[in-house]
Design a protein around this ligand. Structure first.
Ligand SMILES: Cc1ncc(COP(=O)(O)O)c(C=O)c1O
Length: 466
């Protein structure tokens, strides 16, 4: 038997997690209006709500915090981050922000507005919200290979180049193409270098910029190395650099592949755009050498951006997600194949087929898993995408309700993940008992964060006529 791929670290500091009873969790869930975003984290045993901002930092990152220069202007920490980002991206202008969506807000406020549009392999929900908030339209054109959840196509995150071309021609005022790597909303699936190059050519043909939503650039680089012909001998850093070389700018959340708990940035090549972005930055985030971050946040990001491209780290990271996916598959749980880079996605529409789509099978799985096992996950389907019927305001069921099991970086051991796998095995035996849900409060933007729900009997409520 081959030796297992192991965690490339040992544990120096631990944080207790708390067991609770099913009754306690039932009460907590009702108090949270059946939306786990409202749960107190102390009531959660294993938190797979997100991989964002919850990484375990390394001893090197903790040590770097002490070097944080908190000077208002021109702090050493800014120059240290700038050097790392220069080496990584080659983009001449770095605009530090407090997290990814702040970078998005600045960029899309400048490029967006009424009458304009943006095209992407798939916009993440905050990106879409920032575009729509500016008055512009966000158009997704993901490769059709992604629609087959069970095929092992290696790059299901790709942009549908022909579809994007048609959308650009049809709309007439598309302001940029945005490539999200990895493609979070479509299962954390990667984008190939070949596809990024084709997106570059398309952007050039239409004379519009190509922007990278680079949140998980390192995980994407590892998938390119291990799946794309001709890339196996290249270092992840070299592949990442080519990804950044192909684009005109990037938005980045340091809470993912910078292994930090807070932070983000915008990079651009265009000087005029950088100037305008810095003006907005100063109004909304802070002075251009710290943006929305303290000096120590800048240091943690700088150190994390170096560590994340380590071969051993990336090999372990991707293998650990694959291990959970294989466990689910062994228990007959339908998942998006192949496993993504930061999460495993369960097809709740298929697994809870006694719950019709408008009664939110994804929300039902999320709540059932929390109440019975203390595991927190998130629905990425009807609720997260939040599309509404313009007449009735009712949610339009998404093609599929997926549930995301996002794995925080370096935070949980394999035994924790074994608990999650076995919990899903047990839940499978009684899944027909899980109720449907209906929303009782549904805000206009990003509804999954703050919506309220109530359980309802799935079978008693007839589905609307097709
Ligand atoms: C693909 C993608 N883009 C943008 C963001 C926004 O980043 P932040 O949460 O730092 O605002 C996220 C966050 O999860 C994301 O996954």
């Amino acid at each position: 038997m081959p030796l297992p791929i192991i965690e490339p670290f040992r544990i120096k500091s631990v944080e207790p997690i708390r067991q609770t009873s099913r009754e306690e969790r039932g009460r907590a869930l009702a108090d949270a209006h059946y939306n786990p975003f409202y749960l107190a984290a102390r009531d959660v045993l294993i938190d797979l709500l997100t991989d964002s901002g919850c990484a375990a930092m390394s001893s090197r990152q903790w040590a770097a915090l002490m070097n944080g220069d908190e000077s208002y202007a021109g702090a050493e920490s800014y120059y240290r981050l700038r050097e790392v980002v220069d080496r990584l991206t080659g983009h001449p202008h770095l605009i530090p922000t407090h997290q990814g969506r702040a970078a998005e807000k600045i960029l899309f406020q400048l490029l967006g507005g009424d009458g304009h549009a943006f095209v992407s392999n798939t916009f993440f929900d905050t990106t879409r919200a920032n575009i729509e908030y500016s008055g512009a339209v966000a158009i997704d054109r993901c490769t059709s290979e992604a629609d087959d959840l069970v095929s092992d196509y290696p790059f299901k995150g790709n942009l549908d180049i022909e579809g994007a071309d048609a959308a650009i021609r049809e709309h007439g005022s598309v302001r940029a193409i945005v490539m999200t790597v990895t493609n979070n909303s479509r299962g954390g699936q990667p984008v190939s270098l070949a596809n990024l190059r084709a997106a570059r050519a398309l952007a050039d043909a239409h004379r519009i910029p190509l922007i990278l939503d680079a949140c998980r650039f390192a995980e994407n680089a590892w998938f390119i190395k291990t799946r794309e012909p001709g890339q196996a001998d290249r270092a992840p850093r070299e592949i990442a650099r080519e990804m950044f070389d192909l684009v005109d700018g990037a938005t980045f959340s340091g809470k993912k592949d910078a292994l930090a708990n807070m932070g983000g940035f915008l990079t651009v090549r265009d000087e005029g755009l950088a100037d305008a972005a810095r003006t907005l930055l100063t109004i909304t985030e802070g002075f251009p050498t710290y943006g929305g971050m303290s000096g120590r946040d800048l240091e943690a990001m700088a150190a994390g951006l170096d560590e994340v491209l380590d071969d051993d780290y990336l090999r372990y990271r991707i293998a650990s997600i694959r291990w959970v996916a294989d466990g689910f598959a062994r228990h007959g749980v339908p998942i998006v194949q192949p496993a993504g880079g930061h999460a495993v996605y369960v097809d709740a529409t298929r697994w809870l087929d006694h719950i019709p789509p408008h009664r939110l099978p994804g929300q039902s799985l999320v709540n059932g898993l929390y109440e019975r096992y203390g595991i927190r996950t998130v629905e990425t389907g009807t609720v997260m995408f939040g599309k509404r019927d313009p007449e009735t305001g009712e949610l339009i069921p998404a093609a599929r309700d997926l549930v995301r099991f996002a794995v925080p970086r370096r935070a949980y051991t394999q035994t924790h993940m074994e608990y999650v796998v076995e919990a899903m095995g047990e839940l499978g035996a009684v899944r027909q008992e899980l109720p449907g849900y209906r929303p009782t409060r549904l805000p206009q933007y990003l509804p999954h964060f703050t919506a309220h729900f109530e359980p309802c009997a799935p079978a008693a409520i007839p589905a609307p006529a097709p």
